[in-house]
Design a binder for this molecule. Structure first.
Ligand SMILES: Cc1cc2nc3c(=O)[nH]c(=O)nc-3n(C[C@H](O)[C@H](O)[C@H](O)COP(=O)(O)OP(=O)(O)OC[C@H]3O[C@@H](n4cnc5c(N)ncnc54)[C@H](O)[C@@H]3O)c2cc1C
Length: 403
């Protein structure tokens, strides 16, 4: 199966253009109506066996959408990363999982659904606070009761399906349910105000939600961890597209500004050497980040291919580790790059970029959210430091880059 890259690119550009001119209160509707009418949300259903190509198409789409709205594109990332992970991960050892996830993937495609996610771990909390998670218990054979709370869920009002994990006895399980017209799921108020509010991120309470066996993807830690690690890597890599999109937009605002004003000596600012050098430094940072972002697709493709070919564990495991590292490296470095680029652009444009109607105003507020997404930077630094200082000699080289 192949998709026409030009068609997908054009669809993302058309949606972004429509959102750009929409009235503020219509932007979210315009965004999701445009997406649902396009092929973009359903790319994972079409490219199940081509993880590398899927990643590139998703990345470019999110980048283009992020140029217009970081919060809307971040919300939509939740759908794309989960569906990409579920659709592409081969788990030949658990055919039951493969069967059930195929039903979910086909359902999304058939009904043109959008999927939200409540998965990432609990926030750091006081040692005496009780653990707040969704607890799942089996009622009678084939029926499960879900009770508890999840803290974060973007696209809360838009999504049709909610994917979530929950504690099932000793194990973490993975489940999904319809979210629209679902009285057992109660959404709380929006967590983020201001320019990030359109991500529509809310807590959700599970008040005796009952789900059927067919909505169970996993009931065992091993499988849940396997899927979650792979999905998190996809998230870390893809979310950078949105924030780099915002950074790219900030550079476009620098360009527009620099070509519209002149110095007292009559030189267009875009032709003043110092301004050019400062701008070039930011453009270099963006381009090098985008080049780095490409690596995840190569690694994901290799990983999925090795599993499909039945490669031995000693070949698959190092690539699996690389895939996780690759996602983490991208999230760590590229969200920081996006913040630095926007800070640089802010300094170059000056105060007019801080007026409420200027596109830079919202980007300034939104760009810092990038580094807050999982995996937390402090966790990554500790984990990479531990590995580097371990007993084995350290090179830092990636296995996939050597293969
Ligand atoms: C815009 C946005 C949308 C989101 N949408 C979703 C969604 O749709 N679904 C979903 O499941 N989640 C979503 N999340 C939540 C996300 O998954 C994370 O749970 C959240 O970003 C974690 O950040 P926190 O600040 O709550 O982390 P916390 O765990 O509260 O940590 C706060 C801070 O404490 C410090 N800290 C914590 N742990 C350690 C440690 N071990 N060592 C050292 N320092 C530490 C760090 O400085 C950290 O920044 C979203 C988040 C954002 C920002």
């Amino acid at each position: 199966m192949t998709v026409d890259a030009q068609e997908i690119r054009q669809q993302a550009r058309d949606i972004a253009a429509r959102v750009e001119v929409a009235e503020p209160e219509q932007r979210s509707r315009t965004f999701f109506d445009g997406l649902r009418a396009s092929r973009i949300p359903y790319l994972p259903c079409e490219l199940q066996e081509e993880a590398g190509e899927l990643y590139v198409r998703c990345y470019e789409s999110l980048f283009t959408l992020g140029r217009t709205s970081i919060p809307l594109a971040v919300g939509f990332t939740m759908h794309l990363y989960n569906l990409s992970a579920l659709a592409t991960l081969p788990v030949p050892a658990v055919p039951e999982f493969e069967r059930r996830r195929q039903i979910l993937v086909d359902t999304v495609r058939k009904y043109k659904s959008i999927m939200a996610i409540s998965s990432f771990g609990e926030n750091v909390k006081h040692k005496d606070d009780p653990s707040r998670n969704v607890i799942v218990t089996e009622q009678k054979a084939g029926s499960y009761l879900c009770q508890g709370r999840k803290g974060f869920q973007s696209m809360a009002s838009e999504a049709d399906i909610l994917l979530f994990n929950g504690q099932f006895g000793e194990h973490q399980g993975m489940f999904y349910t319809n979210i629209k017209n679902q009285p057992a799921l109660v959404l709380g108020p929006s967590l983020f105000a201001g320019a990030m509010a359109p991500s529509d991120t809310r807590p959700v309470e599970f008040r005796d939600l009952v789900i059927k066996q067919k909505n169970v993807l996993s009931l065992h830690n091993d499988l849940t961890d396997h899927i979650s690690f792979y999905a998190t890597a996809w998230f870390e890599a893809l979310c950078t597209a949105v924030y780099l999109g915002g950074a790219s937009r900030a550079l476009e605002e620098v360009r527009l500004f620099a070509r519209s004003v002149h110095t007292e000596e009559g030189h267009m600012l875009a032709e003043v050497d110092g301004f050019m050098v400062d701008s070039g430094r930011l453009a270099l940072r963006l381009r090098s980040s985008l080049a780095m972002a490409r690596s995840f697709g190569v690694c994901a493709d290799l990983y999925c291919r090795l599993i499909r070919e039945g490669a031995p564990a000693e070949k698959v495991n190092p690539v699996a580790n690389d895939l996780m590292d690759c996602g983490s490296c991208l999230k760590y470095a590229l969200t920081a790059a996006a913040s630095d680029i926007v800070a640089g652009a802010r300094a170059l444009i000056g105060t007019r970029g801080m007026s409420v109607k200027h596109p830079m105003y919202a980007i300034n507020e939104q760009i810092c959210f990038g580094s807050m997404h999982p995996t937390l930077s402090s966790r990554l630094e500790r984990s990479f430091g531990t590995e580097m200082l371990g007993e084995k000699p350290y090179t830092g080289l990636f296995e996939w880059a050597l293969g």
